[in-house]
Design a protein around this ligand. Structure first.
Ligand code: FAD
Length: 426
């Protein structure tokens, strides 16, 4: 008789592959079913091809970067956190380096190295992959899952199951939201899914005029319905449709709901965050005094990247030919204000095809955070982005995938192996 697998995992992404490895290390016979022709397609493009595998922030800081309910992730992080990720990758031959902001990358700067070594290690542990196989749904008998149905019409039996089919972002990598109808068919709730860590569209032509310009060490203040609600420091970029870059992606994640609900959301760039109003005023006055005969279009070069100057002169209704010693107090005040409050009205989020992650997903209410088991089907587990959890950019999302993958993998293995013992006793 054909031996059935102990643990069957739907989805060969970051969470599915690590779940498979840790389940196999517990002694389980593991099968990963992946719809693409190879596993880990998304991992290959992470971190712009460099794969930011985790972030070395301490737990409390790490949790602050995650949402919507950081407590849900505590048991997964208690089992396998960022230091475990680094040790794991070092052990499989991926050396790592820590960069600015605590972001951990492979020393080789190669996501492909990470993918190749993960797959090699998984195979060495006995994990089997069945690629080019799209899962359509689970087969159930009462509260037990007994198998998965693959297109076209093939059933694969197992003892316990992990759904790790990812979210709906970057669908070309295989993560196209298939998991959501699969779990709702089982009676699981799925919260509203939205593109997150996604660029934003802004009104007017200013961003378009500035496309290609990137800014570092700026602060973006977020105003919602006239109230300052958030801020983030770092790098950003102008595009033909609006704004992107690390701080914009993080802010778009945190204010996703307000943007979707069409509230009045303004991202205001503070181009001089290190200087308060008084210090900035002193600096402007000093430059104007010391360069009285200089044209405004030139003196602005002391304060701004060249590409921003025509836009500033236009918004301030100033003639670039005007000399510095002709700038009056009111004009200087307007310059100072614009440097601290360069405003963009956010009109919408870009689509799933450009979103780094999906916010929303399988409701946490029906998942036991200690084991990641379904509360409806004791032999079904969940891992990764398909759960309603998410985080900022910086390596946090892959850590969530790894931590939930390890926890689900080990408990799914224990469940399957426990069953085996009971079955053989019976
Ligand atoms: C461009 C980009 C860059 C990123 N960079 C980083 C980064 O540097 N650091 C970081 O922390 N995070 C990064 N992320 C986010 C990170 O990649 C994800 O959070 C992570 O991959 C989620 O892992 P997962 O296993 O849950 O899902 P996925 O990696 O999406 O894997 C899900 C897998 O399930 C398969 N699947 C789906 N449906 C089915 C089905 N019906 N049958 C069989 N298989 C199915 C898919 O083909 C896919 O292989 C990035 C994301 C993108 C899009």
């Amino acid at each position: 008789m054909k031996q059935i697998h102990d643990v069957v995992i739907v989805g060969g992404g970051a969470s599915g592959v690590i779940a498979g490895i840790f389940a196999a290390q517990c002694g389980a016979k593991v099968l990963i079913i992946e719809k693409m022709k190879e596993p880990l397609r998304k991992l290959k493009i992470t971190g712009k091809g460099r794969c930011n595998i985790t972030n070395n922030a301490p737990l409390a800081d790490f949790l602050r970067k995650t949402g919507p309910d950081p407590d849900f992730l505590k048991p997964a992080f208690a089992r396998f956190f960022n230091d475990d990720t680094v040790s794991f990758f070092n052990n499989i031959g991926v050396n790592t380096v820590v960069e600015r902001g605590g972001r951990v990358f492979p020393q080789s700067n190669s996501a492909i190295e990470v993918v190749d070594k993960l797959v090699l290690f998984a195979r060495a542990k006995g994990v089997e992959f069945k690629c080019n196989s799209k899962v359509k749904g689970f087969i159930r008998e009462d509260d037990q899952i007994t198998g998965v149905e693959i297109v076209p019409n093939q059933v694969i039996k197992g003892k316990s199951f992990i759904l790790a089919a990812g979210g709906a972002s970057y669908p070309a990598t295989g993560s196209s939201g298939d998991g959501y109808p699969i779990v709702t068919a089982l009676g699981h709730k799925v919260t509203t899914i939205r593109p997150a860590l996604v660029p934003v569209e802004t009104s007017g032509l200013t961003a378009k005029n500035l496309q290609g310009l990137s800014l570092s060490n700026v602060k973006v203040n977020v105003w919602i319905d006239g109230k300052k609600t958030d801020e983030e420091m770092g790098e950003m970029l102008f595009t033909h449709f609006g704004l992107t870059g690390p701080i914009i992606l993080s802010l778009s994640r945190r204010h996703n709901d307000s943007i979707q609900k069409k509230k009045n959301v303004v991202f205001s760039i503070d181009l001089k965050p290190a200087l308060d109003e008084q210090k900035l005023d002193n600096r402007l006055q000093r430059d104007l005094d010391e360069n009285g005969k200089m044209k405004l279009s030139n003196i602005f070069k002391f304060w701004l990247p060249s590409k921003l100057i025509p836009e500033f002169l236009r918004q301030l209704s100033l003639n670039g030919e005007k000399l510095s010693n002709q700038v009056n107090a009111d004009e200087k005040k307007k310059i100072r204000k614009l440097l601290k409050d360069f405003r963009f009205e956010v009109t919408s989020l870009r689509s799933f095809s450009e979103a780094i992650i999906t916010s929303g997903g399988i409701s946490r209410e029906q998942i036991n955070p200690e084991t990641l088991a379904s509360m409806l089907y004791p032999n079904l587990y969940f891992a990764g982005e398909i759960i309603d959890v998410d985080a900022n950019t910086g390596g946090y999302n892959l850590q969530i995938a790894f931590s939930t993958g390890v926890l689900a993998g080990e408990y799914a293995a224990k469940m399957a192996l426990g069953k085996q013992t009971q079955d053989s006793i019976a």
